[in-house]
Design a protein around this ligand. Structure first.
Ligand code: AQP
Length: 409
């Protein structure tokens, strides 16, 4: 076995979908053959946004079951639940001390998730959400206007005939700073001001997940690239301050880095309702595909289509044989087959890959002990590794009950 350790995780925030599968889990399964692979159902991450505590245990179980049904074999890898190994949160706190706020502010997923959460609240007309948003907008609008005034002063101070490159450079840099500041404040105000501190610190927890096991390889989709960069920064800053403890992990790029949702616009996500679940039935897959977004220029069946910009056609790329795909593309371009026919073929080819996964899921659901035992074995192994890493970390940071050992009595 290749001694390199692989680590990755998935949130139990909803049904595991084909974006998770193609972007991550399918690769996880392949990596088990020649790596020390550790995979985690990250429930501590799932609670960083609104959730129902009474449903979380079942969702965590379902996500574990789904990854096993997708092919993760507990004989060939380690699977466990994040909150079952409390060292993840302890290491997060310690990593907070070396993580600059500026680095966290750059995380785009935080802003997206915060904005989406606020939008959901507003859509549900949740009591108080609208009032708070308006209040934030008023305060921040005022601040933004003040910032714009400053920008205007900077602009006015520039002599249009000046040839002084240094002065121009300095003014432009100052204006950039001001502009960045205004944008940040506006973003922070709307949605972000409502988000939890935990959502903001999500990438630090993710760094702790990976580094607790000193993993060097992390297979994740494109959306996680920025988080992995932060993980590398945290490891480097920690090592610089306290000595070489952590490796600097590398990302294993996905062959499907960003699967779009059925809306054809956003990333396929559990929380956006634009997904096809890994365990959806044949009927559910067919019904969901029926409404999937295709080439907007195709109104009638005979309109020539553009498979290269059609999201349904791009999903064919992962499930349908190349010769069938070529035939579909030709028919689409000539307007001899309709989107309905194309979707029907996709439903069939998806079903061929997903049906055995559904069968394995049914089996695991009838034998829940197989999942629970796998997670328990995973927890034991991960607890051992985690406690070793934490001993090392506590010692170099001068915290924990062991620190008095050298003082004598
Ligand atoms: N649409 C996608 N295309 C490719 N890869 C994806 N991944 C997620 N969506 C896509 C990859 O799946 C792994 C597990 O993701 P996650 O559950 O930890 O979190 P996420 O990226 O936030 O996934 P969702 O579905 O969008 O969850 P919600 O809606 O709860 O936020 C990761 O490796 C991810 O890259």
């Amino acid at each position: 076995m290749n001694s390199e350790r692989v680590f990755s995780g998935i949130q139990p925030s909803g049904e595991i979908h084909i974006g998770n599968y193609l972007g991550a889990v399918k690769r996880w399964v392949e990596l088990c053959d020649d790596h020390d692979a550790i995979y985690c159902v990250v429930d501590d991450h799932a609670i960083t946004v609104e959730y129902d505590p009474s449903r979380l245990p079942a969702m965590t179980f379902d996500a574990s079951l789904a990854t096993m049904a997708c092919g993760l074999d507990p004989e060939k890898c380690t699977i466990f639940v994040q909150s079952h190994v409390p060292e993840h949160t302890e290491l997060t706190w310690l990593f907070n001390t070396v993580t600059p706020l500026g680095s966290l502010f750059r995380m785009t997923q935080f802003k997206d998730k915060a904005r989406n959460a606020l939008q959901r609240k507003l859509t549900r007309k949740e009591g108080g959400a609208m009032k708070t948003a308006i209040h934030n907008l008023k305060t921040l609008g005022g601040e933004a206007l003040e910032g714009l005034d400053e920008l205007k002063k900077d602009l006015d101070s520039l002599d249009p005939d000046t040839r002084d490159d240094v002065a121009i450079g300095e003014t432009v840099a100052r204006m950039n700073d001001r502009m960045g500041n205004i944008m940040q404040r506006l973003q922070v105000g709307l949605g972000v001001a409502e988000a939890s501190t935990a959502l903001f610190g999500y990438p630090v927890l993710q760094a702790a997940d990976i580094l607790l096991y000193k993993a060097t390889l992390v297979p994740v989709g494109e959306d996680q690239e920025q988080h992995l960069e932060l993980c590398r920064e945290v490891a480097q800053r920690f090592n610089k301050k306290f000595g070489e403890v952590f490796p600097v992990a590398r990302r294993i790029k996905s062959e499907a880095p960003r699967i779009l949702g059925l809306d054809g616009k956003s990333k396929m996500s559990k929380s956006l309702g634009n997904h096809i679940g890994m365990l959806d039935s044949t009927e559910e897959i067919t019904a969901k595909l029926k409404n999937a977004y295709t080439d907007p220029q195709r109104i009638r069946r005979s309109d020539p289509g553009r498979p290269e910009i059609c999201n349904v056609f791009s999903i064919h790329g992962f499930f349908t044989e190349p010769d069938v795909r070529d035939e579909l593309a030709q028919g689409c371009r000539k307007g001899t087959i309709g989107c309905f026919d194309c979707k029907k073929v996709l439903a069939q080819s998806m079903d061929a890959e997903l049906a055995p996964i559904r069968d394995r899921a049914d089996h695991l659901r009838r034998h829940k002990g197989l999942v629970i035992d796998a997670l328990d074995a995973g927890r034991q192994r991960c607890s051992d590794i985690a406690s070793q890493t934490m001993e090392e970390v506590r010692e170099v940071m001068g915290v924990g009950h062991g620190v008095f050992a050298g003082l004598g009595k």
